[in-house]
Ligand binder design. Structure first.
Ligand code: AIR
Length: 170
């Protein structure tokens, strides 16, 4: 393995995994963007349907083992009375990023307010309604604090994005 590649590979071993949770399979259309984005950065993740209301016991057991299994961040998407991100944050000291999923009845305002209005002491970094891509980018930014190779990938992503705007012709 050439010197630089070997060096980058060694740095990359420090990257922790991301746990992607969603309250229902019906959230997958939105949440898949988080998976695709993490894949494009080469960040390992696990995806899982888990519900604070429908599978409370399993949820608690799953959260208890996360840190020991090498996870560094939780991304949790849920709709309606969306307790998943807040409860996830209560059950781990890992950073939790919440995604309010657009609901039919209230267009996602219920999800947004359920997730964003966390009482003091247990924070959830709340994204926009259906903001799964940004959740993944935020996770990448956190992981990049300890990973130079990932930080470079993020900088390249930003450059390409800016280039796209600057070269837009109408
Ligand atoms: N949900 C599931 N358990 C607790 C909550 N808040 C959410 C899901 C989904 C919505 O309920 O995250 O957005 C509707 O789920 P379903 O399974 O009825 O389609």
């Amino acid at each position: 393995m050439p010197g630089l590649t070997r060096h980058l590979a060694l740095i990359s071993t420090k990257v922790m995994k991301v746990s992607i949770l969603m309250g229902s399979k019906s959230d997958w259309d939105v949440m898949s963007a988080a998976c695709e984005t993490l894949e494009s950065f080469g960040v390992e993740y696990e995806k899982k349907v888990i519900s604070a209301h429908r599978t409370p016991q399993y949820f608690m057991e799953y959260m208890a083992g996360l840190r020991d299994r090498g996870f560094g961040i939780v991304i949790a998407g849920a709709g309606g009375a969306a307790h998943l991100p807040g409860m996830a944050a209560a059950l781990t000291t890992l950073p939790v990023i919440g995604i309010p999923i657009r609901s039919k009845a209230l267009n996602g305002m219920d999800s947004l307010l359920s997730i964003v209005q966390m009482p003091s002491g247990i924070p959830v970094a709340t994204m926009a309604i259906d903001g799964a891509k940004n959740a993944a980018l935020y996770a990448v930014a956190i992981l990049a604090l300890q990973d130079d190779a990932l930080a470079t990938k993020l900088a390249i992503f930003r450059e390409k994005q800016a280039e796209k705007v600057l070269t837009t012709e109408l």
